[in-house]
Every structure is written in C-alpha cells, then in structure tokens.
Design a protein. Structure first.
Lengths: 425, 301
C-alpha cells in the first residue's frame, strides 16, 4: 500500500515540480532581460479596432517591427485585449497602480482617470502636428486645457435611410430636418413602418441618442464650467418634446425602451424603421445584408437649429504610473504619423484623425460618411458623464412611458445630476 | 469481499486514531486553501474597502461607516432592494415548482430517460446572455413569438419588457427556464433516494398517489428541498445579467436590482467603497433569509 501511495505522490509531484521550475525559470528570464541590457519596454494595451483578426495581427506586428527598428533600445510589448470587460480591467489595473504604459481610450473615459491622477498629459506629443487634425480630434481628448490622448482614428455617425420604406410611403426626398421628419412620420406610419430609430435602454449611450438631438437644438449637456448641467433648458425641452411627440404618434418602435445601440437585431436592422440619425459605417455594412446594399442611402447629420452629428477620436493615453514615459511618448508620436494612420484606417475602416492623410474611400457609402466628418462633435467629457447618462436615460424612459412630462423629467434629472456634481467637487 | 473492504479501515485504526485528523485535513487542504484565498479573503477585503473612499488611482481615505449611512439614505438603494425582493418572490417559487414538477415527471419516464434528462438540463449549460437575447426576441412587442401566439387568440400585443408591471415576471421566467435544470437534477436524485419500500407499504395501506407524495415523498425530500430553496434564493438575490441584457434595468428602473446598483457603483462610477458596502449588505440580507428558511424548512438538519 505504501508503495502505491508513493507512486501516487510522485505522479502528482512531478508535474507540480515541473510547473514550479518553469515558473521560476520564466521569471528569471524576465528579470535578466530587463536588467542586463539598457532596453526600455513600453507595454501597449490595444483593442480589436481592426475587426479582422488576421489584419489586426498583421498591422500591429508591422507597427512593432517598424517602431523598434526606428527606436533601438525600446522594446514594444503588444498586448491585445478584448473589448469585453474592458472597463473593469482598466479600472482594476489603474487602481492597483499597474496596467500598461500606453492604452487606447475614447473621450468619455478620459476625464474620470484624469481626476484620479491616473493619466499623464501628452501635449508635447501632439503639439508639432496640432493643425493637421480634424476639428474634433484633439479637443475630444482634452480635459481642462490639457491634451491626454494622441488621436489615432476617428469615428463618424450620420443619417441612414431605408429607401424601400421611403418609396413605399411615397416620400421622394429623405427627411433631413426635424420638421421634415415630423411631416414624413404620418405617411410612413400609414405605410406600416416606424419613422425614426431610437435606443432608450439605460445602457445605451446618449451620445448616440438624446445628446445629438440636444446639440441640434442648440443645447448642451453640461454648463461651460462642467460644474452643473444645462440639458433642462429650452433646447433640452425642445429635443425631448420632439422625441415624445414622435413616440406618441408611433414614429419610434416600442422596443426602443429595451434596445441598446446594436443594429443587427433592432427594428432598424429588421427593416421596420425608415431612418436612423446616428448610424455608423459598420451599421451600414450590417443592414446591407438585410435590406440589400442598393436600398441604403446615407445623408448628412440631422438639422434642428443646427446641423450636428456625433463622432469621436480614439486616442492613445499615457499611464501616469509608467516608468518609461519618454519611451512611451516616442511610441505615441510614432503612431500619429501619416504612414501608421493611413494603414490603420485602411485596415480598420475607421477614418484617420488627420486631414493631411486621405485614406481612400472604399466605396460611395464610405465617401458619404467622410462628408459627415465635418459635422462631428466629440461629446462633452465630464468625470460624471456616465452617471449623468444613466440618470437622464431613466428620466427619458419616464417621459416615453407617460410617467412624467418632459420638463418635469429634465428638471428631476438635472437636480440629481447637480447634486452629484456638487458632491464630486 | 466484505473482508477485503474492511481490512484497510481496521489497519488504519491500529496505527492509532490520532493520525487521522491530519489525513483528513490533508484531503481538504487544497479546497480549504482555495476557499480561503478566493472566497474568504475577498470578503474581508470587501469589508475593509467598504470602510473607505477608494479612488481609481489607489488613493483612499478612511470614512468609517459613511458608505453604510449613505446607503440607508439612498432612494436608489431602497428602490433596487424592492425590485430584488419582488423578483425573488416571483423567481424562487417558480423555479422550485418547475424543477420539482419536471423531476417528478422525469422519475416516471422509463423510455429514453437519459435523453429527457439532458434535454431539460440543456438550458442550464447555455450562457444566460444568449438565453436572454433569445427571450428578448420572444417577448418583442412588435414581432415577438409570444405576441404572435397571443395574436391568434386576439390578445395583445403586450409589451412584456416595456411595462413595469410585467418586466420582472418576464425576466424571472427567462431565468427560471435557464436555471431550473440544476435544481431538477438535485431533486431527481432526492426522489430516487426515497425508499421504495415506504411507498409500497403506503400503497398497501391504501394511500393514493397524492397522499403518498404529501406524506412520504415530500417529508423525505425536505433536506434536498431546503438545499434547492437556499441555492435558488441566493441566485435570485444575485440577479443581474438577465436584466443587463434584456432591459438595461428599465423601464424607469423597474428591473434595476441590487447587484445592478453594485455593478454601476463599482464599475461604471468607480465608487469602490460604496459598491463594497452594497455587496456586504447583500451578503447580510442573503444570510438572514437563508437562516429564516432554515428555521422554516430545514429544521431537522
């Protein structure tokens, strides 16, 4: 019996020993690598901005090779991350004073990390090329006068129409303004369709739903100093009233209450809605499969008092806890140069943030979206943006479901938001 | 045969009983270590965290019980507690009855028993996110399957997920469909452990099938039923994913649960101290509810 036990122990112990040894060896290897030579390492967390896995690998491997060739002594470590659980991972990494040297962020993520002291300004990285970026690119990555992100791509949204539905409703000129939408809604309803796509789920970003309407009405989410909210003023009321009247007339699909910003299984994707006002090029690609490419028409962003769309830069930000800030900045400067941006745009389908780099428009749809870039507004970054998004989203639901009047709902949301903002200062 | 089985036991006894606790400990040690590291320590950590205002940067200040007093005054906390309790009241009986019913049914099945067992267990191993997406289609107010069926009898259309009156029940049905397989298997095992001789004796005494179930099967099943009840109640209190996917907590926060509030506080607003306090209060509530259930159902164990 004891010999059996012995064998069992050995059987279990052998792989364990191997594991421990391997771990020890690998950690040794890591140590000697960084201490014996003067190589500085820069770790990058990148996300699947390039949707196609093979294209993504090819692009980033080339970036690594080219950058290291041009900057001897810097070792670029690429860590591809999934979009899933991105917030949690980044938050956990920063709170533990760890995380990569450089990572990708979008405008609305940046302010809260700035408030927490997790990000380092990078004005010196973007200053040399400042005039060569799109109007929203650098302002979108700026917080309280300091630039925190180096823009590497730019997104855009615009209005997208389902031509089949418009034709069935007898509408020849696609509605481009609020008034034209109101006029078209009864005809579209009579033809058996909804007019405007909308996502009223509290999880949906208002940047793609209510805020563009608010901006089109000439309003703002936050006051200029960011210490109070402004959405409950006249433009906000106009925007919400427009939405509510359209909803009451059956111009917006009822499932909007629980729909997020995904097109595929939404009424829009299923061909039940005539138009959407914040569609992305990717959305156009998705609906091309269900409506047929010939039935898609891309317009410019909607006009209320003003013509405004939503579009924002994606930027590389620098971890304030990085031990190799200079090397990291070299990498950021490298990334915002035309060759890298042009190749990224080609591979990802996003637009370049630089005006002096024209990635060739793949087709007519892409060209139409490129026209909308000039109306792109990057949103209003604020450390409390997400809380405000949540609580305003809930009040908008209260209006749509008839529980509150528009002004009442906006005032209730404003009160909660202002309380929140005053607590944060 | 019996001799060979008994021998190792007696030889162990001869070596002295004092060594046995060590052997036992050795066997549970890996699990115990894992439990301490991945369960117990995080709870302690969460408790400590709940006494601080912990910032994303790692800076923190000690705030004593501030997070807890804030919780008591928070309307949203009260609201989400009511949502969670309502959901639990709908979900737990639904799931327990569903799993008990299916278990009893399965026990009667002789032909292809394994197949039927697997079929009912299948939803349990699917992802709740996928299940929620599909149920969202089923519930769709405009072109959902359920409304199409209701339309045949000229009812509706009902906006199941868009009304505060129906949203929690709709989500509970989805979660019950997804999760009842586990409890069903446990109850099935419990049913099979009920000695057949008791049932036979009762039958000879003239007990009908309901009487046999009520006076023999059910009392015998009690420990198992208690376990199922506790497990499902804990699961109900932790509800989040189905709500996140199906409604985003809406409409107007009618499906905004405690864990949803915890998630928003921690990972959307980075208010880690407050989120930890919510977690601990949830832990206390579940503990109290489980103790009450133990008194009511599981008193013999």
């Amino acid at each position: 019996m004891s010999s059996t036990l012995h064998t069992t122990v050995r059987r279990i112990a052998a792989p364990l020993t191997a594991l421990v040894l391997a771990a020890a060896l690998s950690s040794c290897g890591g140590d000697s690598g960084s201490s014996s030579t003067e190589t500085k390492s820069v770790t990058l967390w990148m996300y699947p901005v390039i949707g196609d896995q093979a294209a993504s690998d090819a692009y980033w491997q080339k970036v690594e090779k080219d950058f290291e060739a041009a900057n001897s002594g810097i070792d670029l470590k690429l860590e591809m991350q999934p979009w899933a659980n991105r917030e949690e991972k980044v938050a956990a990494a920063f709170s533990g004073k760890k995380g990569p040297d450089v990572l990708l962020m979008i405008p609305d993520q940046i302010p809260q990390y700035v408030t927490n002291g997790s990000l380092e300004p990078v004005d010196d990285v973007v200053t040399p090329d400042k005039d060569k970026f799109l109007p929203a690119a650098i302002p979108g990555l700026t917080v309280e006068g300091k630039v925190y992100g180096a823009p590497i791509y730019h997104t855009v949204t615009s209005t997208m129409y389902n031509k089949t539905i418009l034709t069935k409703a007898g509408i020849t000129k696609p509605p481009e303004t609020w008034d034209e939408i109101k006029a078209a809604a009864p005809k579209i309803k009579a033809a058996g369709f909804s007019t405007l796509d909308y996502s009223a789920s509290p999880e949906a970003s208002l940047n793609l739903n209510f805020y563009p309407l608010l901006w089109q009405a000439g309003g703002k989410v936050f006051a200029d100093d960011g210490k109070s909210v402004a959405f409950n003023q006249a433009p906000g009321l106009a925007a919400l009233t427009f939405l509510k009247s359209l909803w009451d007339e059956g111009g917006i699909p009822k499932s909007a209450l629980s729909n997020g910003n995904t097109v595929a299984d939404s009424p829009l994707g299923k061909g039940q809605v005539a138009m959407a006002f914040t569609s992305t090029p990717a959305d156009a690609g998705t609906v091309a499969k269900t409506w047929g490419a010939a039935n898609i028409e891309i317009g410019t962003p909607l006009t209320g008092q003003k013509q405004v769309g939503f579009g924002l830069p994606g930027g590389l930000v620098l971890n304030a806890a990085s031990e190799n800030k200079d090397a990291a900045k070299k990498f950021m400067s490298f990334m915002i140069q035309p060759p890298q941006l042009e190749a990224l745009s080609k591979a990802s389908g996003f637009y370049t943030p630089r005006t002096d780099v024209k990635a060739p428009a793949a087709d007519a749809t892409a060209a139409k979206f490129a026209d909308a870039l000039q109306y792109a507004f990057p949103g209003e970054p604020n450390p409390a943006a997400r809380q405000v998004n949540s609580l305003l989203g809930v009040e908008i639901q209260a209006v749509l479901t008839g529980k509150k009047q528009p002004q009442q709902a906006l005032d209730d949301a404003a009160k909660q938001a202002n309380d929140l903002l005053s607590r944060q200062r | 045969m019996t001799d060979t089985l008994r021998q190792p036991a007696s030889s162990l006894r001869r070596r002295g009983p004092r060594r046995r606790p060590w052997v036992g400990l050795l066997f549970v040690a890996p699990m115990l270590a894992l439990f301490l590291v991945f369960r117990f320590l995080p709870v302690v950590g969460a408790f400590l965290l709940s006494l601080t205002d912990y910032r994303l940067s790692g800076r923190w200040t000690f705030v004593a019980v501030d997070n807890y007093t804030r919780l008591l005054q928070d309307d949203l906390f009260r609201q989400s507690l009511v949502v969670t309790l309502t959901y639990t009241v709908i979900f737990v009986p639904l799931t327990v009855l569903l799993s008990l019913g299916t278990a009893i049914m399965l026990q009667q099945v002789v032909w292809n028993r394994g197949f039927f067992r697997s079929v009912f267990f299948l939803p349990y191993v699917t992802s709740i996110v996928l299940a929620a997406v599909i149920w969202k289609w089923i519930y769709d107010a405009q072109d959902g399957l359920l409304n199409a069926v209701l339309g045949l009898v000229s009812v509706g259309p009902v906006d199941f997920l868009g009304q505060s009156g129906s949203v929690l029940a709709s989500i509970a049905v989805t979660s019950a469909w997804k999760g009842f397989g586990y409890s069903m298997l446990i109850l099935l095992a419990g049913l099979q452990a009920v000695p057949k001789s008791y049932l036979d004796a009762a039958m000879i005494d003239g007990a009908g099938s309901w009487q046999r179930f009520r006076y023999i099967t059910l009392p015998q099943l009690r420990p198992v039923l208690f376990f199922v009840l506790v497990i499902e109640t804990i699961g109900a209190f932790q509800v989040f994913d189905a709500m996140y996917v199906m409604t985003g907590g809406g409409p107007v926060r009618s499906s905004y649960s405690l864990v949803y509030l915890l998630y928003d506080s921690g990972f959307k607003y980075f208010d880690f101290g407050y989120a930890s306090a919510i977690g601990l209060v949830l832990f206390l509530i579940v503990l109290i509810v489980s103790l009450v259930q133990r008194r009511l159902v599981g008193r013999d164990d």
